[in-house]
Design a binder for this molecule. Structure first.
Ligand SMILES: [Zn+2]
Length: 376
């Protein structure tokens, strides 16, 4: 009996010991988890992702990160499989861009010898794939010269260099003209446009597709020189308001030509070719698809009081007032080299009030507005 009791007691003691050990292990685990989540939380509060926070703890960089505080590039670095510890300070100083290969490309650019500020310029002038392509090439010479200009494009670097060599133009003009494809032959290598918008840009480097068709309405005979002229609804509405206001001041505005289809433009081209020859056509007549009359947003405007529009008081009035209704003089004499078209005092284009006002106040062309604000 005695022996049995002793045995039972020993068993009980052993059992207590095991429970104690399990208890201690559990307690350590709980405390460990508590500390872990507390640290993760500190990082999460600085907007580091869960994935990045884990990597920060794992690589023992928490105190570094807490000194830098919130930093999107650093977050991306710790999230990335391309994270490279020796570039940590650079990541912290380089501005974040939403680009898939951001960290990989930063590593490559650092290796090529670019500084942090140069890398900032590179990253902000192209898409992810532009930067990836750029990161493969040898270090370029004129980075700051071109890429301190906000609208310079990474992809165009070689064209910038050869254009400025060939023309002697300054960097700003060079970037502007190359972005407008003015370094290319007219009607070659053009951009094709199939979608209508009131801020559309059509010129000798930007072509409308053959089946591009704006929403058209027929212009009331009161405002048109002939029956059946058509235009985009938004443009004709603005024109009517303008013509009515002009009329109150004793002026007569009339539309001589508006929407012309791709086929219409082919006919015009053929007519002028028969009359004046190929050279004339190439120089002065837009090829089919390259005339903005196909957008329904362009009007050739006449005066009811004078046969020569450029000499009329309507022309004078238009120069000062058309922008208030969303129209711009599309082909001014002094900008023939940018628009690619000979001066046409009668040709007005609807671009909306905001753009028209900017173009009027800053005395620029639609092409330049496009490079500055629309060509993203
Ligand atoms: Zn015209």
């Amino acid at each position: 009996m005695e022996g049995n009791k002793k045995k039972k007691l020993k068993l009980k003691q052993k059992y207590v010991k095991v429970v104690k050990i399990i208890g201690i292990i559990l307690a350590i685990l709980v405390i460990g988890l508590f500390i872990y989540f507390k640290q993760i939380n500190e990082l999460r509060k600085l907007n580091y992702s869960f994935k990045a926070s884990n990597k920060i703890l794992f690589t023992m960089k928490k105190s570094y990160v807490l000194k830098v505080l919130e930093n999107k590039t650093l977050n991306a670095a710790f999230e990335s499989k391309d994270y490279d510890e020796k570039n940590l300070d650079n990541y912290a100083k380089i501005e974040y861009q939403k680009q898939k290969n951001l960290i990989k490309n930063i590593n490559k650019l650092l290796k090529k010898g670019y500084s942090n500020s140069e890398i900032n310029l590179i990253l902000s002038h192209g898409t992810d794939s532009d930067v990836s392509k750029f990161a493969k090439r040898e270090k370029i010479r004129y980075l700051e010269e071109f890429y301190t200009i906000s609208y310079a494009k990474l992809n165009n670097y070689d064209r910038y260099v050869s254009y400025s060599d060939e023309t002697g133009e300054d960097e700003e003009t060079t970037v502007m003209n190359v972005n407008l494809n003015l370094d290319k032959e007219d009607y070659t290598d053009y951009v094709e446009i199939s979608k209508f918008s009131y801020d559309i840009v059509v010129n000798k480097h930007r072509k409308l597709t053959e089946n591009f068709n704006p929403h058209l309405v027929t212009i009331s005979e009161k405002y048109a020189a002939e029956k059946g002229l058509k235009a985009s609804a938004v443009a004709i509405k603005a024109f009517i308001k303008m013509a009515n206001d002009a009329e109150k001041e004793g002026l007569g505005l009339i539309i001589n030509s508006s929407y012309r289809s791709y086929e219409d433009q082919e006919d015009i081209e053929n007519t002028y070719r028969d009359l004046y020859g190929e050279n004339y056509v190439t120089k002065y007549v837009a090829k089919p698809g390259f005339s903005e009359h196909q957008t329904g947003l362009a009007f050739d405007i006449g005066s009811k009081t004078s046969n020569v529009f450029a000499n009329s008081k309507e022309y004078k009035w238009m120069l000062e007032n058309a922008y208030k209704y969303g129209f711009i003089l599309r082909f001014p004499k002094k900008y023939e080299n940018i628009t690619g078209f000979r001066s046409e005092p009668w040709h007005y284009r609807y671009v909306g009030k905001k753009i028209a006002k900017y173009i009027y106040e800053n005395d620029i062309t639609l092409e330049e507005y496009f490079v500055l604000f629309l060509d993203k």
